[in-house]
Design a protein around this ligand. Structure first.
Ligand code: SUG
Length: 452
């Protein structure tokens, strides 16, 4: 087992660029925001600019920032497989006329939530000393399951250097191995380049009777397989069950009720099925590596419902350069939820590890259940690994400005249910994405429509 430590290692957040079809289709049963905003008018341009605004804020605060391109939607090849024929625009219009509900699954811009793209184990945790990714199969929700081929292709492009990176294909796409990626994975460590304790949170065991009214999207079988494939040391790996109560309150991923950074675990009292056992196991497995600090939000101060409404935990817990205490990068909604605002004020006034809250307006994504944490995939890298990432996936200010200008040129201001059938939508999107492959280093054959 390699337990190398690189003190200059950093964590890079790869945010998903919101795609041009961002809309409210109510596709995710168990995701309260998605269900309650169904058929509202979305604002794709604002959505993409809000996401880029967060990327710029993180960059200006001194953190490296990466970006992943959106998946091409509608998913024409799947619609073709379902018997629709003609040009891409004709396939889309025919599918929308015949099977509108299915067509909307094929239109989702859900690849923006890159916390669900893959599970990532940094190299100090992996037996072969490489950084491992497992593409998430997202097998529970049809619209999300359709993302996996795009994600794998993207990861192989951005992290193509096999001396440093191992990209695994998605697990077999069956309910037994249902996997939602990093949204159900936490890592605790002394610092990003040190060996860590990886905590995989699952909602159910395959074959067990459902105990929730909402689906538990992650299985124990899936996370065991990922830990094996990544070559993780069982002495530093934990499998913990999410509490059914949290799932039923709308925490369809663990990152709606918990987030970890370095040695800090920030979580809701009812996040885990067996909290005390989990905390004890973290402490035991961290021994000799770091001293964990647990920051628990008690239900008496913040109800599960308010945690879900505000997305308090769906935050990026980060240490800005030179800061002693961490900052919680949270959605604006935390200020608008009185119980949460009051509890956060007390939290930062105390002398715990979290010293500041920075709020972001991510309203468009939030209305589909995607907060700051959903929008990013964390990849902790050594200097050598960082240098091996394909240039162009890491952003600087001119890069962000170029993407903003691209959004301004191509994205519709609004998109409502009545706009979706429009065959021009397809041509418009293909033109935009084709241009994107010249802004980001994707190559002229990245998207399926470029290969036919
Ligand atoms: O999978 N929403 C996404 C939100 C994902 C949030 N990610 C994390 N928690 N990490 C989901 O439920 C809604 C799409 C719609 O209804 O149009 C949606 O897919």
């Amino acid at each position: 087992m390699t337990t190398t430590t690189s003190t200059s290692a950093v964590e890079i957040n790869f945010d998903g660029l919101v795609g041009p079809t961002h809309n409210y289709a109510g596709l995710s049963f168990g995701n309260v925001a998605s269900a309650s905003n169904r058929d509202q008018i979305s604002r794709p341009r604002d959505a993409a600019l809000q996401g880029l605004g967060k990327m710029r804020a993180m960059l200006r605060a001194g953190l490296p920032q990466g970006v992943f391109p959106p998946v091409a939607r509608p998913e024409i090849n799947v619609l073709r497989a379902l018997g629709f024929a003609g040009t891409d625009a004709e396939v889309w219009a025919a599918a929308f006329d015949a099977e509108p509900a299915l067509a909307r699954q094929a239109l989702a811009a859900s690849s923006m939530w890159t916390a669900n793209a893959a599970t990532v184990s940094p190299s100090p945790d992996c037996a072969d000393g490489r950084l491992h990714f497992t593409t998430a199969n997202l097998a529970t929700m049809l619209h999300r399951f359709l993302e996996a081929p795009h994600t794998e292709r993207l990861l192989r492009r951005a992290f193509s250097d096999t001396a440093h990176f191992a990209v695994h294909a998605a697990l077999p796409p069956h309910a037994t191995f249902a996997d939602e990626g990093a949204a159900n994975h936490m890592r605790l460590c002394a610092h990003h380049g040190a060996p860590g304790v990886e905590v995989f949170v699952y909602g159910r065991e395959a074959g067990a009777a459902a105990t929730e009214k909402f689906p538990a999207r992650q299985t124990l079988e899936s996370v065991r397989a990922i830990a094996r494939a990544h070559g993780l040391d069982p002495a530093r790996t934990i499998f913990a069950r999410q509490s059914p109560r949290a799932i039923d309150a709308g925490a369809f991923h663990n990152d709606v009720v918990a987030v970890a950074n370095e040695n800090v675990l920030f979580f809701h009292e009812h996040a885990f099925a067996e909290k005390d056992a989990l905390l004890a196991e973290i402490s035991a497995k961290a021994e000799g590596l770091f001293t964990p600090v647990f920051v628990e939000a008690p239900a008496a101060r913040v109800s599960l419902e308010d945690a879900v409404r505000s997305y308090l935990f769906n935050a990026q817990l980060v240490r800005f350069p030179g800061e002693d205490r961490m900052t919680l990068v949270a959605p604006k909604e935390v200020e608008e939820t009185p119980s949460v605002a009051a509890w956060l004020a007390d939290l930062v006034a105390g002398n715990g590890p979290i010293g500041a809250v920075l709020t972001m307006n991510l309203r468009e994504s939030m209305r589909n259940g995607g907060g700051p944490a959903c929008l990013r995939l964390r990849v902790a890298v050594t200097d050598a690994e960082r240098a091996a990432i394909r240039p162009g996936f890491l952003l600087d200010e001119p890069g962000i400005a170029a993407l903003e200008a691209w959004v301004g040129r191509h994205y519709r201001e609004t998109l409502g249910p009545d706009d979706l059938r429009d065959p021009n939508l397809v041509t418009e999107i293909w033109r935009a994405l084709d241009e994107l492959t010249r802004i980001l280093p994707l190559g002229g054959d990245f998207y399926p429509f470029q290969r036919t």
